[in-house]
Design a binder for this molecule. Structure first.
Ligand code: ADP
Ligand code: MG
Length: 242
């Protein structure tokens, strides 16, 4: 497990604007941290930059005291779960979950146990032979989560992982995710546009708008002491819906 420190990170797309500007934060080892804000505010860009899928134009990224800014994704030991699952439809569940292990050249003989362990975390024990296309959306997202956990990542990055699920399944999966994160004590960075999700899941939340971070605080802090008018109005929308 490790802490994550972002120092003045900017990722600005060529000639397009957008992206994220001058973002700094420190995420503690084992913390559940949320990036919260409306669509287009730069959440995915920030997450992809932490994963190493985007290079920042400026700033540094540290995992513990290790500067990972120039490292490719596979050398960071962070694992990402995507909104659309990004499973391989032509592979069975086993092969999907084993994918990252093979990429890391784990000895063949060790792979089945690791896959079984990861499927156990998400209550899909014994589903190795099933095809991705036979699974429901919720099951597919759990396979994606198992795939990311199989490599024993230090940091779990989740990009709106529940947003394609219907409401009932979203609540159930959210509870499982919270329980799993607590049990594995893994550092989690969770992107969402959903105020309730961030408030329910996260130890601390960074509220973003237009590529800028408006506030970092506990759910109670952002609810009770919003730092900007935007944070106040964005959380008011959540309060109004309760
Ligand atoms: N590859 C890209 N090229 C150009 N602009 C991009 C790219 N990805 C994202 N953007 C822009 O950067 C901004 C932030 O996008 P994103 O990080 O995806 O936001 P969010 O995940 O919060 O919805 C948006 O204005 C988006 O249009
Ligand atoms: Mg996004």
């Amino acid at each position: 497990m490790s802490s994550v420190r972002l120092e003045n990170i900017s990722r600005i797309y060529d000639g397009e604007g957008g992206g994220v500007r001058d973002f700094s934060c420190t995420i503690a080892d084992g913390e559940f941290f949320a990036l919260l804000g409306p669509s287009g505010c730069g959440k995915t860009t920030t997450l992809r930059t932490i994963a190493g899928l985007e290079s920042p134009n400026a700033g540094r990224i540290y995992f513990d005291d290790r500067d990972v800014t120039a490292l490719p994704p596979e050398k960071r030991n962070a694992a990402m779960v995507f909104q659309n699952y990004a499973l391989f439809p032509h592979m069975n569940i086993f092969e999907n979950v084993a994918f990252g292990l093979r990429a890391r050249k784990m000895p063949k003989a060790d792979i089945p146990d690791r896959v079984a362990e990861a499927l156990g975390y998400v209550q899909l024990d014994g589903m190795e032979k099933r095809r991705v296309t036979e699974l429901s959306g919720g099951q597919q997202q759990r396979v994606a989560l198992a795939r990311s956990l199989a490599v024993h990542p230090d940091i779990l990055l989740l990009d709106e992982p529940l947003s394609n699920l219907d409401a009932e399944l979203r609540y159930a999966t959210r509870a499982q995710l919270a329980e799993l994160q607590e049990r594995l004590k893994i550092t989690a960075i969770y992107v969402t546009h959903d105020q309730e999700e961030a408030i329910e899941l996260a130890d601390r939340i960074a509220v973003m708008k237009d590529g800028a971070c408006h506030q970092i605080g506990t759910p109670a802090e952002i609810l009770n002491a919003p730092a900007t008018d935007f944070v106040r109005s964005f959380l008011d929308r959540f309060r109004a819906s309760r």
